[in-house]
Design a protein around this ligand. Structure first.
Ligand code: GRF
Length: 207
């Protein structure tokens, strides 16, 4: 099979707050030059997480900007913006990053988020628990552009996952995450290689 190699890899900063399996999927994909993505740094809002350890093992620079280190949210947002800007990314990926970034950050960077539910259903930090509690039979994941709200930005793509009668939050989330990782890798690669456009809420990828 012949492979097209992207002329220049797109610089990506990934933000994490936890285990970082979505980050790992991006790191694994970016090992192939044809994927067209270079993860130039990994940032977090807390230390001591597996997501940062994954970056260390891959030899990728990391930075940590905890909200508690700042007098207010604006100060944190400014520091996060500066930390990310130092790596000059074309795209920032929130891969399980459990903080809402502010206006300053979003004026400067395009940002993609992955969410473990079919938005606009079940936004927020407990999407899998909320979907189970509501009793939905089908849920899934959403990759979307980030705007100023909580999981409200334009949807890029979604995948459905069927809820089993014996699912608990953990089994369902693991099944969602295996679909989520594939979707995120696909979308980030396509955006990086071919760009994107947003018309109203419709996101059109270049390939
Ligand atoms: C993902 O399901 C993400 O959508 C949610 O938290 C999970 C993070 O998983 N916000 P991981 O840290 O990438 O393993």
């Amino acid at each position: 099979m012949s492979r097209y190699r992207a002329a220049v890899s797109t610089r990506l900063v990934v933000l994490v707050s936890g285990g970082g399996t979505n980050l790992q999927a991006l790191l694994d994909a970016s090992a192939d030059p044809a994927y067209g993505v270079q993860v130039v740094a990994v940032g977090a809002d807390r230390d001591g997480i597996e997501g940062l350890a994954r970056a260390h093992r891959a030899g990728i620079p990391t930075f940590v900007v905890p909200v508690a280190d700042f007098a207010d949210r604006d100060g944190w947002d400014a520091a996060l913006t500066d930390a990310v800007a130092g790596y000059e990314p074309k795209l920032v990926v929130s891969a399980g990053f459990m903080k809402v970034v502010g206006k300053r950050f979003l004026e400067r960077f395009a940002m993609v988020n992955t969410h473990p539910a079919l938005l606009p259903a079940f936004p927020g930090a407990h999407a899998v628990r909320d979907a189970l509690a509501y009793g939905v039979r089908v849920t899934g994941c959403t990759v979307h552009l980030v705007d100023g709200g909580v999981d409200t930005g334009p949807i890029i793509d979604q995948r459905a996952v069927v809820v089993r009668s014996d699912d608990d939050e953990s089994t369902l989330h693991e099944r969602i995450k295996s679909v989520e990782r594939e979707l995120l890798v696909d979308i980030v690669g396509r955006m990086s290689r071919s760009g994107w456009q947003v018309n109203d809420r419709k996101v059109v990828l270049g390939e």
